[in-house]
Design a protein around this ligand. Structure first.
Ligand SMILES: [Fe+2]
Length: 218
């Protein structure tokens, strides 16, 4: 593995560790059972993000194809096809979360999740390769932090089968993250491209941190 590629992977690990230690959502998950309000926001946000990923991956594939970059177009098309129906996992999980009042289940749409959807659209439209910066961060962070998060929630009385939107991805995204790093490595010769890509990774971390923080707020 080339050094530049290793550094993206290590940078995602560092950013994930920081999130794990400092973000209030993970702090709560480590020490107690996530309250239904947090869980509802988290799962509703994931549903939004997975739906947007399908659209943004389609856009990235189309843009890459229009740019004559067939390798990247095939890569995003395959990812898009794998993504189909993942939002249903989040909707299924939401059925287990109790409503704040009997008989009512207001639609929760975390604002920060909407920012992430818009950010993905902006990147996919601007230059699909940089959209891979967001995708790589999201997928690798999921496999990196997901197992310990699920262990904590399970210890605190929330079985991983009730967070299938995450637990299914923890399994799937291991292979995905490795494929991402291989493609990044093959395109990382230009230092300007590498710098810009790394800045997308950093921005993705900030936006996802904001989403988790919003989930932790009452
Ligand atoms: Fe997915």
């Amino acid at each position: 593995m080339a050094e530049a590629n290793v550094s993206v992977k290590l940078r995602i690990e560092e950013l994930s560790e920081e999130m794990w230690k400092k973000n209030p959502f993970f702090e709560v998950a480590r020490t107690s059972k996530l309250p239904p309000s947090s869980l509802r926001k988290y799962l509703s946000g994931l549903e939004m993000l997975f739906k947007a990923s399908y659209r943004n991956l389609s856009l990235a594939a189309d843009k890459a194809s229009a740019n004559g970059d067939e390798e990247l177009a095939r890569f995003f098309s395959a990812k898009r096809d794998e993504e189909l129906g993942h939002d249903q996992w989040a909707r299924d999980d939401l059925k287990f979360v109790s409503a704040p009042e009997k008989g009512s289940m207001p639609k929760v749409q975390p604002e920060s999740a909407q920012f992430i959807c818009d950010f993905g659209h902006y990147l996919a439209d601007l230059d699909p390769f940089y959209y891979l910066g967001y995708v790589s961060f999201a997928e690798y962070m999921t496999t990196y932090l997901g197992p310990r998060f699920l262990e904590c929630t399970s210890e605190n009385g929330l079985d991983k089968s009730k967070i299938s939107a995450l637990s299914n991805h923890v399994v799937l995204d291991v292979g995905h993250a490795e494929e991402n790093f291989e493609l990044i490595e093959s395109r990382f010769q230009d230092p300007a491209v590498r710098d810009r890509f790394n800045s997308v990774v950093q921005q993705s971390s900030i936006l996802l941190s904001a989403f988790f923080e919003e989930c932790a707020r009452e």
